[in-house]
Design a binder for this molecule. Structure first.
Ligand SMILES: Cc1cc2nc3c(=O)[nH]c(=O)nc-3n(C[C@H](O)[C@H](O)[C@H](O)COP(=O)(O)O)c2cc1C
Length: 220
């Protein structure tokens, strides 16, 4: 698959086959993501990959915290409001996802259900967390974003599906304790990874992008 096709055809996958991905393939994908650029080549990323019983136990812990209505405290706070342009894009996304999935996003129980499927990593056989030292600046969060995109593109090129998940970081301090990650680190992103389930209704939602004339200024 060429680079342009890879970028244009990657999409978030939210239903997976249960089959585990061989360790060599997962490591190969991370090996490729390692080539991402970073501020002064600091490479401010650390990755933990979870599978099997440990992944299930983490999911159970997260669902349990949700059931107890524990207040989320992700290391990067969830945005509570958005500027008008970005909010309009969110509204558009939810409307289209509702059409594909039949989910009514105005139903208050939907957020809880949505968190639950996030915490179960959408049934993927593996979950990854990307994390880094807390003392790093916002540039390093930017760098880990570049790393995440390289990782998801490499996975897509290898026939795997991924979905990046801010929600999966909701209970950051409990996750770090569970995974023996020191509290001097911050968890940036969870990523579910596995072979896509080709029949999933959700998978068929190809999200739109705004036209370039709406966000590009050409000056000469
Ligand atoms: C930083 C970040 C956080 C995200 N968090 C979640 C999440 O918690 N749960 C989820 O299902 N999708 C999450 N997504 C996926 C986005 O909804 C998705 O990328 C967007 O709608 C565009 O769709 P596409 O990935 O299919 O192109 C996240 C994406 C990014 C980049």
């Amino acid at each position: 698959m060429d680079t342009i096709e890879c970028i244009k055809t990657r999409m978030s996958i939210r239903k997976f086959m249960p089959d585990p991905v061989p360790k060599e393939i997962l490591l190969d994908i991370i090996n490729t993501a390692r080539y991402s650029p970073s501020y002064k080549n600091t490479q401010p990323w650390e990755v933990i990959i979870l599978s099997g019983e440990k992944k299930r136990a983490l999911s159970n812990m997260l669902v349990d915290l949700l059931e107890k209505w524990t207040k989320p405290s992700p290391d990067i706070p969830e945005p509570l409001t958005w500027p008008e342009t970005e909010q309009a894009r969110i509204d558009d996304l939810l409307m289209k996802r509702a059409a594909v999935t039949g989910i009514d996003f105005n139903d208050p129980s939907v957020l809880k259900k949505s968190k639950e499927v996030n915490f179960k990593f959408y049934g993927a056989p593996h979950a990854m967390y990307l994390y880094q030292n807390k003392s790093l600046t916002p540039w390093s969060i930017f760098d880990i974003g570049l790393f995440a995109q390289s990782l998801m593109l490499s996975a897509h090129a290898a026939g795997l599906g991924t979905v990046p998940q801010a929600f999966a970081t909701d209970y950051a301090s409990e996750i770090k304790k569970f995974l023996d990650i020191p509290d001097t680190k911050r968890i940036i992103l969870g990523i579910s990874i596995g072979y896509p389930d080709k029949d999933a209704a959700e998978k068929s939602l190809k999200t739109d992008r705004d036209n370039i004339e709406n966000f590009v200024k050409w000056v000469d």
